[in-house]
Design a protein around this ligand. Structure first.
Ligand SMILES: [Ca+2]
Ligand SMILES: [Ca+2]
Length: 145
């Protein structure tokens, strides 16, 4: 059971793989296309436990590679829907936990912020304009054998 590429990080308890893509910055829909290329999707952070795992395991590794966290931000697969609810693109479900929003977020600045990024420095979330370009996080579920 393997992740799509060696640089993806595997969470063994759930056989889930994560990839913090820190080369390109892309608008959200293009980031999603890029994840699909590897049979993945932009990450769905199902609960506080998964959030803690990502913040505790993936983000520190990433930061150490470049000698410490900086101002990078990463798209996840959460979007505001027409009814002003936060919905996961991976399975079209509404978020079922409070999330890990930064202080004062989501603020929907100018009523135009329908996508969500993770700050590398803190793991906190912010709603942003989907057309703005950021790095991104893909998730891939290894199929049961
Ligand atoms: Ca997940
Ligand atoms: Ca915001």
């Amino acid at each position: 059971m393997e992740c799509p590429r060696p640089e993806w990080k595997q969470r063994r308890e759930t056989n889930t793989c994560y990839w913090f893509e820190d080369g390109d910055r892309l608008p959200q829909y293009k980031a999603d296309e890029r994840c699909r290329r590897y049979d993945g999707k932009l990450v769905k952070i199902d609960d506080a436990e998964e959030c803690d795992w990502i913040n505790g395991n993936v983000i520190p590794d990433l930061s150490s590679q470049i000698g410490g966290g900086n101002g990078r931000s990463f798209y996840m697969g959460l979007k505001r829907d027409g009814a002003d609810q936060w919905r996961w693109e991976l399975d079209n479900t509404i978020i079922s936990w409070p999330g890990n929003w930064d202080a004062g977020e989501p603020n929907n600045h100018r009523n135009k912020e329908n996508c969500v990024i993770i700050y590398e420095s803190t793991g906190k979330w912010n709603d942003v304009m989907c057309g703005d370009s950021f790095h991104y996080v893909c998730e891939y579920q290894i199929p049961p054998q």
